[in-house]
Design a protein around this ligand. Structure first.
Ligand code: ATP
Ligand code: MG
Length: 168
């Protein structure tokens, strides 16, 4: 799959993009999110969480590094913003968790190249206006390709969301 761009015109639209991923994810799937402070990484995760039936509030796990939410499958929500070295990933049991029984979302996952698994979906979020965002979706590995292409297709029908291709 070429890199695809999903644009959203509101916070709700970005949440809906996250929600569209919920019916598609299986244990072991990983979403790596990058983008500046306030880009919308947590909003995307909130939508995914809601789609998984998570009842509790979802916030950036900046100080915790990992928050676990029970849904139809567990949601492992990492935030590597405050991680100082890649070696600390081991202390978190990062790799064990990614391969466990749930779906993992990693905010600031691009801070350490080691943190990006071979098979995953990478989303880089750019702030394009007060209420608009551009989500660049790149698939890694066979499972990442399959997941990303079904996800992007599902997003085409969402209000406030547009899907564009980018030559690559
Ligand atoms: N189209 C949009 N999509 C997502 N968020 C938007 C959009 N337009 C405006 N916003 C606002 O941008 C902010 C996104 O915050 P969010 O916590 O999701 O960012 P983040 O990328 O997780 O940042 P951090 O790195 O601090 O955790 C919210 O205040 C939200 O209301
Ligand atoms: Mg966040």
């Amino acid at each position: 799959m070429a890199i695809r761009i999903i644009t959203t015109e509101s916070e709700a639209a970005t949440q809906a993009v996250g929600g569209a991923l919920a019916p598609l994810v299986a244990p072991g799937d990983v979403l790596v999110l990058s983008g500046d402070l306030g880009a919308g990484k947590t909003q995307l995760t909130k939508g995914l969480a809601r789609g998984l039936g998570v009842a509790e509030p979802v916030t950036s796990p900046t100080f915790n590094l990992l928050l676990v939410h029970e849904g139809s499958i567990p949601l492992y929500h990492f935030d590597l913003y405050r991680l100082e070295t890649a070696a600390q990933l081991d202390d978190l049991d990062y790799w064990g968790t990614l391969e466990a029984d749930g779906v993992s979302v990693v905010e600031w996952g691009d801070r350490f190249a080691e943190a990006v698994p071979a098979d995953c979906v990478v989303v880089r979020i750019q702030i394009t206006g007060d209420d608009t965002r551009a989500l660049e979706v790149e698939a890694r590995g066979a499972r990442g390709e399959s997941l990303a292409s079904r996800w992007v297709d599902a997003c085409e029908a969402l209000p406030g969301v547009r899907v564009e291709s980018e030559a690559s």
